[in-house]
Design a binder for this molecule. Structure first.
Ligand code: NAD
Ligand code: DAU
Length: 334
């Protein structure tokens, strides 16, 4: 396939681009604005692979998008482009509204004009929090923070283009991803890097919030499966095989980095913090997908990757991220 992968310089988008290029032989054009989270370093191992092209541009910019479509002549658009950190959406929602609402609209219009298939990458956060049981694709949408609310708005717009214009669109909603190349504002890489540096590990509230972990390679495979075999107009959930409380994730990271429990610091909870996420994935499993990486093994490999790839995270940890960390946590990194 010839794919236009929007937001492909980020954590999951670059994992997907690598998979489709190297394992499926697809032609992949990445269109990415390169926000703080988008990095050409994420292409380091496939930038020169045949069929790969990178273009810098924003999805909400119709001219940049038209140029990318002319260059790529894609059969489908896969949209990963998003602002993705819940804490940043609470502090400053502006970019979330622009990218998720306006950006998704501009992409959908282009898909309609050029007769392209469209896949929207979405999140379990659109369903809100669940105390017991699991969300299915028919669960009500009850997003909590601005990140999730604007992602939900984007999903509804995608569905409206299927219902109104017959656009062949699908949505794939993932649970919490982890793995290499994840920006260290997120729980797992933040805790790994702090533990390796002897910085305190800031656990929000009691740390008993539960997340449903999926390895990014498994989510990328689920998205590929929906792209190839999903029915137009349908939503597919892709949840990981393991659920863990945050505090248990943090304790395991301390063991894997040989760091001391005394580094754990319970800090003020995130406002409106969702208590638990859990996704049922039977619909995408019926298309032939299943997760391959269990959390325990994937976490061990992820810690190893961060240990061995300081070249990737050092420029982040010595750059803008330090000021973000100071604003968010009220203390400096070592
Ligand atoms: P990320 O923050 O690592 O990457 C986002 C990418 O989008 C970056 O490369 C950034 O430069 C790009 N981008 C942002 N705004 C843009 C714009 N206006 N135009 C073009 N590019 C833009 O995010 P991620 O964790 O890889 O998430 C990718 C997608 O998967 C998002 O849609 C997110 O909502 C969804 N998702 C993430 C998770 C998770 O746990 N990380 C789980 C489920 C779903
Ligand atoms: O569920 C899917 C979502 O997972 C994605 O859609 C989002 O893009 C992604 O950011 C992620 O959202 P979360 O808010 O669940 O992820 P985060 O890594 O920010 O936090 C995971 C949990 O850890 C959450 O309960 C908050 C907690 N946490 C997080 C940080 C950064 C802490 O206790 N301390 C921290 O410093």
């Amino acid at each position: 396939m010839r794919l236009l992968v929007c937001g492909g310089a980020g954590f999951i988008g670059s994992t997907f681009a690598r998979l489709r290029l190297l394992e499926h032989g697809d032609e992949v054009t990445v269109l990415d604005k390169l926000t703080y989270a988008g990095r050409e370093e994420n292409f380091h191992d496939f930038a020169s692979a045949p069929g790969f092209r990178f273009l810098r541009g924003a999805i909400e910019d119709p001219e940049a998008l038209a140029g990318a479509i002319a260059a790529a002549e894609p059969e489908a658009i896969v949209n990963f482009a998003a602002e993705t950190h819940v804490d940043r959406s609470i502090a400053e929602p502006n970019a979330f509204v622009k990218t998720h609402a306006l950006g998704t609209y501009v992409l959908l219009e282009a898909a309609r004009e050029h007769g392209l298939r469209y896949l929207q990458v979405s999140t379990d956060e659109v369903y809100g929090s669940i105390e017991a049981g699991t969300f299915t694709e028919d669960s009500p949408l009850r997003p909590s923070p601005p990140y999730s609310a604007t992602k939900t708005g984007a999903d509804l717009l995608v569905q409206s283009y299927f219902h109104t214009y017959g656009l062949p669109a699908t949505i794939c909603r993932g649970s919490n991803n982890f793995g290499p190349h994840q920006y260290p504002e997120k729980l797992i890489p933040l805790m790994i890097l702090n533990a390796l540096h002897g910085d305190p590990l800031p656990v929000y509230g009691d740390g008993k919030q539960v997340r449903n972990w999926i390895h990014a390679s498994d989510f990328a495979r689920a998205i590929g499966c929906v792209l190839e075999r999903g029915a137009a107009g349908e939503v597919y959930n892709a949840g990981g095989p393991d659920e863990l409380a945050n505090i248990d994730v943090v304790r395991r990271i301390l063991e894997l980095t040989d760091a001391d429990e005394s580094l754990i610091e319970h800090v003020t909870d995130r406002p409106g913090h969702d208590r638990r996420y859990s996704l049922s994935s039977s619909k995408v499993r019926a298309l032939g997908w299943e997760p391959r990486v269990r959390f325990a093994e994937g976490l061990e490999r992820t810690v190893e990757w961060y240990r061995e790839n300081a070249w990737w995270w050092e420029p982040i940890r010595s750059g803008e991220y330090r000021a973000y960390y100071q604003r968010q946590y009220g203390r400096a990194l070592s």
